[in-house]
Design a protein around this ligand. Structure first.
Ligand SMILES: [Fe+2]
Length: 255
């Protein structure tokens, strides 16, 4: 049972002065398809720390049709609870609440009711969607967020299923002011040929604003960290640090 107040939660999570910040992960256990137990969560945190991460924004799936209980208010409480459990085990690894909001036809009404899940109390909102072809409601949903002075971040555009015309649609989103976040695991080829091709193209073109693990369970974390090593080998550590060290600090935390 979480006993921390919001104020206490905020006070115990300052931004560490150095290190990678993971802005997309499913570390909070047993609330989506991410970690299945606290033991998995702590294993992941220890592996992340060894890989040079110094904090993570927890982004459980916010799917109003399947995990309706994952509201911003609940995610905040669960993240604080996990933070407390980690601390009891001697892991002083800062977490911040967030969410990965699935866009769909009725998402604007949902956001009006619940408020979008923002990353670490910023105005940034991480979103995804899963479709076969580019949906008519996508641009209006991004537009609504921007009009409300939120900053939408599209998670893993390289994994979007609607390949046809995708690059043109991503260019339109970038033009609107949407930010893009790539998934490290796509570098390894384990997410399929097209994500493997597209992440390299978008990295070459400088289209990404962030890279992140999107870690789910402990058993796939090594592949995600392998993707980080591949990205550094191919694009250079400085370029990758800009997307996983500097950008989270500057664009989300304003540091
Ligand atoms: Fe995710």
């Amino acid at each position: 049972m979480n006993t921390q107040t919001d104020d206490e939660f905020d006070q115990v999570n300052p931004l560490p002065p150095t290190g990678r910040i993971d802005i997309h992960c499913h570390l909070v256990p047993m609330i989506d398809d991410g970690c299945e137990s606290f033991e998995q969560s702590i294993d992941c945190v220890r592996a992340l720390r060894r890989a040079g991460f110094t904090g993570s924004i927890c982004t459980p799936h916010v799917w109003s049709d399947q995990v309706a209980y994952n509201t911003p208010e609940h995610i905040r409480a669960w993240t604080a609870q996990l933070q407390g459990q980690l601390r009891e085990e001697g892991e002083d690894y800062p977490l911040w609440p967030g969410g990965e909001l699935k866009l769909y036809k009725g998402v604007i009404d949902w956001m009006k009711q619940h408020g979008p899940p923002t990353l670490a109390d910023s105005r940034c909102v991480l979103v995804d969607f899963w479709v076969d072809k580019w949906p008519k409601w996508a641009v209006p949903a991004f537009d609504w967020l921007l009009q409300q002075r939120y900053q939408p971040i599209l998670a893993h555009p390289e994994r979007l299923g609607c390949v046809r015309g995708l690059e043109k649609h991503l260019a339109e989103l970038k033009q609107m002011g949407v930010w893009l976040q790539g998934n490290l695991r796509c570098m390894t080829g384990e997410e399929g040929f097209e994500p493997n091709r597209l992440i390299r193209q978008l990295l070459r073109e400088g289209q990404y604003d962030f890279l992140a693990t999107d870690l789910h369970r402990a058993d796939s974390l090594n592949a995600r960290l392998d993707g980080l090593s591949l990205a550094e080998a191919e694009f250079g550590q400085d370029a990758i640090d800009r997307l996983i060290v500097d950008a989270p600090r500057r664009k989300i935390f304003g540091k």
